[in-house]
Write a protein that binds this ligand. Structure first.
Ligand code: SAM
Ligand code: SF4
Length: 365
């Protein structure tokens, strides 16, 4: 089937998605054009800023791809102080970001749960309720998710990493901390705890196929996700997956495939929020801008104090490492302006998809 014919359809099946993911040359340009139109029609040409605070690189897990995995003894571990977190949150308030994301390695226990609760309450106080808070702190119990929700978090990001259970197991240790079923259960728990739920995958993993990526898009649709953050897999020397680097596509191909994934996802889930992730910029200096032009509508400027950037290194060549939040801010403003998108200052930028479902649910009651 011709690409133009596929692009004229209202809904896409697996075969059509796979065909679009492979689009190159003029076909790729048609795909990007269509995704840009759908974006403008459904979520407008706006970009929502989420100030990213990398709370801690301490982690109890050992994901084979991640530079801050527990067994990487070559990095210095850190934990931001409450004061550092609150100062960063205040920076976001002053810059009218609308939202922040608190992200960390996966930690558990009452101490960690309470700390996040306290931080959420203090952030609510200092921002006078003006900041929405997204959490990205890994797998937790339903009770913990609910406690954090009640303390002020309204969105949660938990990437499924890959929707292929066999591939998931291949890129994680075989133990009770790294189970595909638990990851899926957590996504369900987040939904029932009340959150706008975000997930995502890594693109261009060793052993990953086009069929896997097609199924990733269908998985996101099936679980009716509200937000997505996905980007290229990037190797890190101090991780077990580095051994398979010869199996990888070139970085440029991983980048192109990531743009195609974003564009196709925009066609499949028209009103969700899609992040233009930092990993894109690790390959192409204008990678994040390119993603905004093919369907993404969220950017997460790093507002973590700059001395910690180097040790929250998930992959090599992390961009903007060591840049002050203030410098990052002005740089992004200029970059975003070039894409024809407008920064939605002072807006929460909640997922419209979530808003519609929530309205329907309330109407039923
Ligand atoms: N610990 C939490 C978790 O795993 O959900 C949140 C922080 S974790 C560092 C955030 C994301 O980083 C992961 O979901 C994974 O997709 C991404 N990541 C880790 N290592 C990566 C790599 N080598 N290349 C690209 N993304 C990576
Ligand atoms: Fe820890 Fe998240 Fe990295 Fe896995 S991806 S090792 S859970 S920080």
């Amino acid at each position: 089937m011709e690409i133009a014919e596929i692009l004229s359809k209202e809904s896409l099946d697996a075969k059509e998605i796979a065909c679009l993911l492979k689009a190159a040359g003029s076909e790729k340009e048609l795909l990007y054009e269509k995704a840009a139109q759908v974006k403008e029609m459904h979520v407008q040409n706006k970009v929502y800023l989420r100030g990213l605070i990398e709370l801690s690189n301490q982690c109890k897990k050992n994901c084979f791809y991640c530079g801050i995995r527990k067994d990487n003894k070559l990095i210095k571990r850190y934990n931001l102080s409450d004061e550092e977190v609150l100062n960063a949150a205040y920076f976001a308030v002053e810059k009218h970001y609308g939202s922040i994301v608190l992200q960390s390695g996966e930690l558990e226990g009452e101490g960690f749960t309470k700390r996040i609760e306290n931080l959420l309450r203090k952030i609510r106080e200092l921002s006078d309720g003006k900041l929405r808070v997204t959490l990205s702190c890994g797998e937790q119990s339903w009770k913990t998710y609910r406690r954090w929700f009640e303390s002020g978090a309204s969105r949660y990001l938990l990437r499924i990493e890959t929707s292929n259970a066999d591939l998931y197991q291949r890129i994680h240790p075989d133990d009770q901390h790294h189970r595909f079923e638990t990851r899926v259960r957590c996504l369900e728990d987040l939904r029932s705890a009340g959150y706008q739920v975000g997930t995502g995958v890594m693109i261009g993993l060793p052993f990953q196929t086009f069929e896997d990526l097609t199924n990733d898009i269908l998985f996101m649709k099936r679980i009716d996700i509200d937000m997505v953050g996905m980007g290229p897999y990037l190797e890190h020397q101090q991780t077990p997956l580095y051994e398979f680097r010869d199996l990888l596509m070139t970085k440029e191909d991983r980048f192109q495939l990531s743009l195609n994934m974003i564009a196709v996802l925009r066609l499949v889930m028209k009103d969700i929020n899609i992040a233009s992730t930092t990993a894109l910029q690790a390959i192409d200096p204008t990678g994040r801008e390119k993603a905004l032009m093919v369907g993404a509508n969220v950017i997460m400027p790093n507002i973590t104090p700059e001395q910690y950037h180097e040790v929250y290194k998930l992959y090599e060549n992390k961009p903007c490492s060591g840049e002050r939040a203030e410098d990052c801010h002005s740089c992004l403003e200029t970059r975003i302006a070039r894409t024809g998108n407008e920064i939605a200052y002072g807006e929460w930028g909640d997922s419209l998809h979530f808003g519609k479902k929530d309205k329907e649910k309330k109407a039923e009651v």
